[in-house]
Design a protein around this ligand. Structure first.
Ligand code: ADP
Ligand code: MG
Length: 308
């Protein structure tokens, strides 16, 4: 996973890492939940909401369309209501409720989370590269697993207690099993999925979380704050990658003051970064002469990150 503030290079590094691993012969999926469809931009292919698209041999990319997932949920809920009550049409007031629920922000988060769980749990690939949305969100997703877990535990317990009463009542009244069974089953299914995926996401052996930064004061301040949050949420941080470092060899050439000043500024913050994060700094990646789009540029980036 690549995390960090917007615009620092998460999508670029995700694509380059996926490219590098695919070239080494691993089957790789790079995916994102970003509605801005940055993977479509960098691979120069329209992949948004189109499932897992092959970019080149071994390399697949996916951009999750949360709205579509929500529409699918709505369809499932309608079908369950129709089946359960043997209706021809969903009553207007219930339809109204389904529409209103879909507009809740929490619904979007949960749709995204659900699809990420699907992807991670499926195990069809050797490597999954998760191109995260900016930091706040990323932490939110990572902490969501434990929140969900607590919540489901409470509900499951409540259900189990109700089940006992229901069985007692059924025994007295000599009635059959109740619908409660099915609901409990569904909750336990959700819970298992969440446990499985969160155990993958927080496992230091299976998951590497890289933090992207650039040598500038504001970013360094943000990174310090983020490091604190990672500890709090027990995100297993694997290291820092510094992006957009102006190549040092330029200093020996006849360059304008403007560039010389920028290089001085970068040196100052690079020094601080190395002092503060030590050997957790895994790489310094140079500023390229242009933006990184298309496979040939992605290949150049991969060489800078991993060596040729
Ligand atoms: N080392 C670099 N040299 C030149 N351009 C870069 C470099 N790293 C990133 N970029 C460009 O910066 C922009 C933002 O990068 P991106 O990976 O989309 O950031 P994020 O995903 O963190 O928002 C893109 O246009 C990308 O091509
Ligand atoms: Mg991005």
């Amino acid at each position: 996973m690549y995390g960090g503030k917007g615009g620092l290079g998460k999508t670029t590094f995700s694509a380059a890492t996926a490219y590098y691993l695919a070239k080494k012969g691993y089957k790789v999926l790079v995916f994102s939940v970003d509605p801005q469809a940055s993977l479509s931009d960098i691979f120069q292919r329209d992949i948004f909401g189109k499932g897992q698209v092959e970019i080149m041999p071994n390399l697949y990319a996916q951009e999750i369309d949360a709205d579509r997932r929500i529409a699918e949920y709505q369809g499932e809920i309608r079908k369950k209501i129709l089946d359960m009550y043997g209706l021809e049409k969903v009553p207007d007031e219930i339809e109204h409720y389904i529409q209103a629920a879909a507009a809740e922000p929490a619904m979007e988060e949960s749709a995204i989370f659900d699809e990420v769980v699907d992807i991670v749990v499926s195990g069809d690939y050797d490597y999954y590269i998760y191109d995260l949305v900016p930091l706040g969100h990323a932490l939110y997703y990572l902490s969501m697993a434990s929140v969900y877990d607590q919540w489901i535990e409470k509900i499951t317990k409540l259900r189990e207690e109700m089940e006992e009463y229901a069985q007692m009542a059924a025994a007295i009244q000599r009635k059959g099993e109740l619908e409660e069974d099915k609901i409990l089953e569904e909750l336990q299914y959700i819970r298992n999925r969440i446990n499985k995926s969160s155990s993958i996401l927080t496992d230091k052996v299976k998951t590497a979380f890289f933090f992207v930064l650039i040598p500038e004061e504001m970013i360094l301040l943000d990174t310090r704050k983020a490091a604190g949050l990672f500890t709090k949420y027990q995100v297993p941080l694997s290291g820092y990658i510094v992006n957009r470092v102006i190549p040092e060899e330029l200093a020996n050439q006849n360059i304008p003051d403007y560039l010389r000043h920028r290089m001085e500024m970068q040196r100052k913050y690079l020094k601080e970064i190395h002092e503060e994060f030590g050997d957790e700094v895994l790489a310094e990646v140079p500023e390229f002469e242009r933006d990184i789009t298309g496979l040939p540029m992605i290949e150049r980036m991969a060489e800078k990150m991993f060596g040729s």
